[in-house]
Design a binder for this molecule. Sequence first.
Ligand code: GLP
Length: 244
Amino acid sequence: MSIKGRIIVCRDYDDMSRRAAEFFAEYIRSNSRAVLGLATGSTPVGTYKYLVEEYRAGKLDFSGITTFNLDEYYPMAPDHTQSYRYFMDTNLFDHVNINKANTNVPDGLCADPKAYCEEYDRRIAAAGGIDVQLPGVGKNGHIGFNEPAPYLVGGTHLAELKDDTIAANSRFFDNVADVPRKAITMGIDAIMNAKNVVLLASGKGKHEAIAALLSGVYTTEIPVTLLRAHSGLTVFCDENAYNG
Ligand code: GLP
């Protein structure tokens, strides 16, 4: 294995979710004003469930926490049931004592995406940067919506989604034609500049991406491989993602 960080191979999805939640819970307990970078998709659902349980058990306080989500479809209304804002509210924010004003999810209806993206990066910088960034990984190795490409963009930007990502995400929509073809996503800089990165991967479908991360190559054609260079990386993956 040749990553700078560490990899923790978990028994299954539930074990991965519990251990990743423990990592976040410990961090929040030691830094009540932490800035968290959060992700959507099916992978972090279990982690958020455990964090809500910890909160309900009186073991976690989110009142001083600030969050920045990685991405949001564009165009996408925040109250649409497939928006990432809706996902975050229903999976985490509505169930803990976080101040919603301190939760940032890119605005899928912003009129001027370029100006908005610059503003999103300024907000991250003003918050002091991200302490712990949680990315998931797409089957094609994308992180956030940084899709495989000959080069990647540093800052938050409006990205075109690849057909395989649209196909993969269509499971959440009635029809593949309903999946937005664009998204606002944090760029590689915000992810790489996070003090800690907690990468989650579950299931055989993620094996190729995890194998690429561990293989020793860096390529923007598999964006997750760039995380190999991050010394604060912790990968929580289950045996299916690790072994294929
Ligand atoms: C989407 C999101 C990513 C996420 C990926 C994997 O495309 N933009 O942030 O990591 O899907 O999703 P899942 O966890 O459902 O496999």
